[in-house]
Design a protein around this ligand. Structure first.
Ligand code: SF4
Length: 193
């Protein structure tokens, strides 16, 4: 990423008041992981609390599961020359009343997303992880319907459920995901990397 764009995003405080009003009362900490020339783009939702603390994307159990789905180790996953990671919002949004992560603030994608995608350039494979990423890239449908029709988007795009432990029930209810989609995804990731 150009230094100027990276500095602009790092200095972004558009959501400062919104985050200050959450239970964690945290300040924005944008986590952006992109370098032009990467072949694979992971579009996530927004950093969780652990990523907010580490400053690295997917340093949490969701990341462990996503790496397993992709069939890559951590070294490969964090190689910015090969993999870019751009969530739909760059900062941890805080928790809702039930302790779940709040949705990514829409203002982030409205403000930054196209500039960062233009900077990244074309990729061979895009993983749309969760509903927010799928709505922005593919339009509004349920995650189950979108992921079930993954063959319509492959091999350039794979819609995936979010790898959070909260979706363990979804994975059990949809065994075709692990049986049919994951082997094809792993082969495609290997091919692209
Ligand atoms: S989430 Fe995006 S728009 Fe909001 S403060 Fe962070 S970088 Fe800025």
């Amino acid at each position: 990423m150009t230094a100027a764009l990276f500095e602009d995003i790092s200095a972004c405080r558009l959501c400062a008041e919104r985050f200050a009003a959450t239970a964690t009362a945290h300040a924005p900490r944008p986590v952006v992981w992109v370098r032009p020339g990467a072949r694979l783009l992971i579009v996530g939702q927004a950093p969780g609390a652990r990523v907010h603390a580490s400053g690295r994307p997917f340093t949490d159990p969701s990341g462990d599961r996503l790496r397993d789905w992709m069939g890559v180790d951590a070294e490969t996953f964090y190689d910015r020359d090969r993999i870019a990671i751009l969530p739909m919002a760059f900062c941890f949004p805080g928790y809702d009343a039930k302790g779940s992560d709040l949705p990514p603030p829409a203002i982030c994608a409205q403000t930054w997303r196209q500039r960062v995608l233009d900077h990244l350039g074309p990729v061979d494979l895009t993983l749309l992880v969760g509903g927010a990423a799928q709505r922005w890239h593919l339009g509004a449908r349920s995650v189950t319907d979108t992921v079930r029709e993954w063959q319509m988007h492959a091999p350039g795009v794979f819609p995936l459920p979010h790898p959070s432990w909260r979706n363990t029930g979804w994975l059990k209810r949809n065994p075709w995901f692990e049986a049919d989609l994951l082997p094809v995804l792993r082969a495609r990731v290997k091919e692209v990397l």
